[in-house]
Design a protein around this ligand. Structure first.
Ligand SMILES: [Zn+2]
Length: 389
């Protein structure tokens, strides 16, 4: 039985990480570094070997030199190449490793199907938008980055709108919540936060992972509170109410809106950085690349490479902002539910379920942590006095 009066419950201790969690953390850092290096080395290799130019020539032949069909064929070839080369690593990271640590119950067929769907969606999305910068590179060589970046805002908004409604259900079953009493509680918390008319979904994530998660997204009729079935199986109703309160915090405090605005501004900045540096790369390595203008479709890996460098450079700042938002959402969830004990124990459960390390090193936090370490979150919750909302 859960105690009735949260106020009478004392502070919650943060348990030390298990040996397994520490191994998962350390090997995760190695995986992260390898993935990052590969993300730079692969496009560089595809450029320097002249492979990109060859793929563009093949695509041009298939599409009889017409611009848009050439772009789509080239994009499909490039995506398939990257997919195949990275397959061993994706298999290890996304399947073998998660199983080895007991974090996954996913079947191999489901993993493979999801990978192929991801590849296909990536090509379709790329085909839908990549013609824009390439046409603009031809039409306005000096300002293409600005016009392209300006279109990023409506594009991100559209992806945010269609993603949860049309793309996420391609990977997992979204159904109504099975526990209707808990659904009523979730809706009551939402109403208390001023979020009316949201639908509650229970998503069958247990086929993929044992990790737990929840989120609130959408606008108008697509407004939704989404809870993974793994979370509902692991957390008590009181803990679930806090998690929902936290996610509502992101929604009500406008974090998503702000992230879209910042991402759009950063897209403009990133494309400007590409604009400034591409000529140097083309002048220095153009002979080996097999092309000498950014407007050449074969420049796609160069765009990828330069944008990856830019995004790596700004990652620590973006992560710091994200952690700031997480702290605000924690505070919001506590003010909403007034249930510090449920919040702190929810994080301890999360730590155990997701094999998290509660107090990672400073370097990890700086380069990798989108959320404050669980130890810090529990410390904060133990010390915080909720304000009435
Ligand atoms: Zn959050």
């Amino acid at each position: 039985m859960e105690p009735e009066s949260p106020a009478s419950e004392g502070p919650v201790d943060v348990p030390p990480p298990s040996e397994k969690a520490l191994r998962y953390h350390r090997s995760g850092n190695v995986v992260w570094a390898v993935e990052h290096l590969l993300g730079l080395a692969l496009p560089a290799a595809i450029l320097l070997t002249g492979l990109s130019a060859r793929l563009r020539t093949i695509a041009g032949g298939v599409a009889h030199g017409r611009f848009y069909p050439t772009l789509v064929v080239y994009l499909a070839l490039l995506s398939a190449l990257l997919f195949v080369v990275q397959l061993p690593l994706s298999f290890y990271v996304g399947y073998r490793r998660e199983h080895a640590y007991g974090l996954s119950s996913q079947r191999l067929g489901k993993w493979a199907a999801d990978e192929l769907k991801g590849l296909l969606i990536g090509v379709l999305l790329g085909a839908a938008v990549l013609w824009v910068p390439y046409l603009l590179l031809g039409a306005s060589p000096a300002r293409w980055w600005l016009w392209t970046g300006a279109l990023a805002l409506p594009f991100f908004a559209l992806v945010l709108l269609i993603g949860p409604v049309f793309i996420a259900p391609l990977f997992n079953k979204f159904g109504p919540m099975r526990d209707q009493a808990l659904e009523a509680e979730v809706l009551a918390v939402a109403a208390q936060a001023g979020v009316e008319g949201a639908r509650v979904f229970e998503v069958e994530k247990s086929v993929d992972t044992k990790k737990v998660n929840a989120y609130v997204t959408g606008i108008g009729r697509t407004k939704r509170i989404v809870l993974w079935d793994t979370l509902l199986a692991r957390l008590t109703p009181r803990q679930t109410r806090f998690v929902v309160g936290h996610e509502l915090g992101h929604y009500v405090l406008g974090h998503v809106r702000l992230n879209i605005l910042i991402s759009s501004a950063l897209t403009i900045a990133g494309l400007f950085a590409v604009h400034l540096t591409a000529d140097f790369a083309l002048g220095r390595f153009g002979d080996r690349f097999g092309f000498d203008r950014l407007a050449d479709l074969a420049s796609m890996p160069l765009l990828m490479l330069l944008l990856s460098l830019f995004s790596t450079a700004i990652t620590p700042a973006m992560l710091a902002l994200s952690r700031h938002h997480e702290r605000a959402a924690d505070r919001f969830g506590l003010d909403l539910t007034g249930d510090n004990h449920a919040a702190a124990t929810a994080f301890v459960a999360l730590q155990e379920q997701n094999l998290a390390v509660p107090r990672p090193g400073r370097l990890y936090k700086f380069f990798r942590a989108s959320h404050p370490p669980i130890g810090e979150r529990v410390d904060f919750i133990n010390a915080y006095r909720p304000q009435k909302r």
